[in-house]
Design a protein around this ligand. Structure first.
Ligand SMILES: Nc1ccccc1C(=O)C[C@H](N)C(=O)O
Length: 336
């Protein structure tokens, strides 16, 4: 039986320096490491958002897995309450069909870095796409006035125990330093000889920053595969594309433009990079993924390869789809 341990602390400065671990009983099993997104600041996005994907992957791959938390930057207004009404749409998507098993194993080894998908894969019915982020899961019959009151709480009236949590004041490079500390914790305890790193959204930035830090001499093994899901790989390019809407969270995490790190390129990495992006992502266009692919074609080391694949669903919902788990298994089976 696999075991799960949550909220293991890897640092003393803040409770978000914590991670969740799934342990496989299999000898020599490798690791999948998941890094969540949330624009470096959204307190509702935690290691838990990796759970649907990790549980699905672990059904197929009997490996270990860890989902990381890291310190967050300030969230400037109270639009994010501590009440999470987000629908999981987990069961609905379990039933969603997956008809594009179109990658052969030989493609993995090839250095040809063409986008490995066809347009026809985008076709699926709207009913498979979760449309509302805030579906109330409580059945109507159980909606009492107290559940309704609870559901409409705002941050000002959240009970005092949540105020006791230390504030989120992280600023670059705190986020990436925490991710590196988490990897060091895992490496020291379990030895990360065979691992795959997966990052979603701002977590994809962190995954690539971690790889760049290791390539620059940080004393950790390199992952065998990097997977970026709806990733941000160039914050300057992001603000150029979206303007002030996104400048706020970028400045909150990285400060003024002069301090922003350049576009990521994991220069010299010799493994496989898989970039997944959905047409239904309401927060990010294909631009970050396409531009990253272009850079990687120039910068990957000998033996390195990049694959771009089409995911399904909105920005956060894509993580809960069986389609994504199936795609990923194709690339990491045999690696971990
Ligand atoms: N990952 C992103 C990528 C692009 C734009 C926004 C996000 C967010 O995560 C927004 C987040 N929910 C927030 O409220 O800060």
């Amino acid at each position: 039986m696999a075991t799960v341990e949550k909220d293991i602390r890897y640092g003393k400065a803040h409770p978000l320096q914590s991670l969740d671990v799934h342990r496989s009983p299999r000898d020599g099993a490798g690791w999948i490491i998941f890094i969540h997104g949330g624009a470096w600041r959204d307190p509702k996005i935690t290691s838990d958002v990796g759970e649907p994907l990790l549980s699905r992957l672990l059904l197929d791959l009997s490996c270990n897995a860890a989902s990381l938390n890291y310190r967050l930057s300030p969230y400037p207004n109270s639009e994010s309450t501590s009440v999470d009404l987000e629908s999981t749409s987990f069961n609905a998507e379990l039933a969603a069909s997956d008809s594009d098993a179109s990658f052969s194993d030989s493609e993995l080894a090839s250095s040809d870095s063409e986008a490995a998908f066809s347009d026809s894969e985008a076709a699926y019915s709207d009913s498979e796409i979760p449309t509302s982020k805030h579906k109330l899961l409580i059945p109507d019959s159980e909606l009492t006035s107290s559940t309704l009151r609870f559901a409409t709480l705002d941050l000002k009236s959240v009970p005092s125990h949540t105020e006791a949590l230390p504030p989120n004041t992280a600023r670059h490079p705190d986020h990436i330093n925490d991710v590196l500390s988490a990897l060091e914790y895992l490496h020291k305890k379990y030895t990360l000889s065979n691992y795959v790193i997966i990052g979603h959204s701002a977590g994809a930035t962190l995954a690539c920053q971690a790889v760049e830090a290791i390539l620059a001499g940080r004393n950790l093994p390199l992952p065998k595969v990097i997977m970026g899901l709806e990733g941000i790989y160039d914050i300057g390019g992001l603000v150029k594309e979206y303007g002030d809407d996104y400048r706020g969270f970028v400045e909150g995490a990285f400060g003024q433009e002069e301090e922003w790190p350049p576009a990521l390129d994991v220069k010299g990495y010799k493994g496989l990079v898989v970039l997944a992006q959905s047409d239904q992502d309401e927060l990010l266009s294909w631009r970050q993924t396409e531009d990253m692919k272009e850079r990687l074609q120039e910068t990957l080391g000998t033996g390195g390869a990049v694959r771009v694949v089409k995911a399904k669903g909105k920005h956060d919902e894509m993580l809960k789809t069986q389609h994504l788990a199936d795609l990923m298994v194709r690339y990491i089976r045999g690696v971990v």
